[in-house]
Write a protein that binds this ligand. Structure first.
Ligand SMILES: [Fe+2]
Ligand SMILES: [Fe+2]
Length: 274
């Protein structure tokens, strides 16, 4: 039996002292944060509290499903690395994936982060890589695409789709669960126009990859709410979303038990807010 811990949507920002950018950056940050306070100290504390709770409860592997930062600047990825390091988590037991916010500064910001501030996490987090545990296979997936900061859609590249297919087949051969960690939910959850702004554009192409084998599960973020969803026509949930760490702090944590190729949420923790 293995336990997966799941956090998402940290939206870290750098401290005032390290902020750069001028009016354009200030306007972008104002738009991206409509309705929520921009406080770097509070967001660091939220992430630290969530990591602390995950570590106290224990896990075999932790996935953080994107929007790690507000805009994907080097300073913000450095802040992510600092909080992870201060929490004392073993990088070999952490998989990070990028969200739409993590590439607003530059389209290649995620690759640069994995070669720079987050290099200790590259082996378990690089798109196309795979983490093999005794009970499961984890495949980190990037749903990021080059787009302006007023759009928040996602997309998976075809080479990456092929590597997810390989991870799923390896898991099936081993008789274990495949866990796909990605930022955007893998199905259409919005009406058409809003889906173009905010949804996973190629969800239809992802479906055969994700449903080739029954014991494939998707952990995601982006919606900032805790959800258990089914693929269309299926009886059991295979899609699990977590609330945003930025908003719920330690209460955003989800944990899942993986046993006999099945993944199920550990529900007793749902009521906690901290
Ligand atoms: Fe987010
Ligand atoms: Fe997002």
């Amino acid at each position: 039996m293995s336990v997966i811990a799941h956090l998402t949507d940290v939206h870290l920002i750098e401290s005032d002292a390290r902020r750069s950018g001028g009016f354009g950056a200030a306007a972008r940050r104002g738009f991206l944060n409509i309705g929520r306070p921009v406080d770097d100290g509070a967001r660091r504390l939220s992430f630290a509290a969530a990591l602390g709770r995950a570590m106290a409860l224990g896990f075999d592997h932790l996935v953080v499903t994107g929007d790690l930062t507000e805009e994907g600047t080097v300073e913000q990825f450095e802040a992510v690395a600092e909080v992870l390091d201060e929490a004392g988590v073993d990088p070999a037991r952490v998989t990070l994936v990028p969200g739409n916010h993590d590439v607003y500064a530059r389209a290649d910001a995620w690759g640069d982060a994995l070669a720079g501030p987050l290099r200790l996490y590259a082996r378990t987090s690089a798109p196309g890589s795979m983490v093999e545990l005794s009970d499961l296979v984890i495949a980190p997936v990037s749903t990021t695409r080059a787009q302006r900061w007023w759009r928040s859609a996602g997309e998976v590249s075809s080479p990456e789709r092929r590597s997810i297919g390989i991870a799923v087949q390896i898991a099936a051969r081993r008789g274990v669960a495949a866990v796909i960690a990605q930022h955007h939910p893998p199905t259409r959850v919005h009406r058409a126009a809003w889906h173009w702004f905010d949804g996973l554009l190629d969800h239809a192409a992802m479906r055969p990859v994700l449903r080739a084998v029954e014991s494939t599960y998707v952990l995601h973020g982006h919606l900032h709410e805790r959800r258990d969803d089914r693929f269309e026509g299926e009886a059991n949930p295979h899609i699990f979303g977590a609330a945003a760490v930025m908003i719920e702090q330690g209460g955003a944590l989800r944990r899942y038990r993986v046993e006999g190729a099945e993944l199920a949420p550990v529900e007793a923790e749902g009521a906690h807010r901290g």
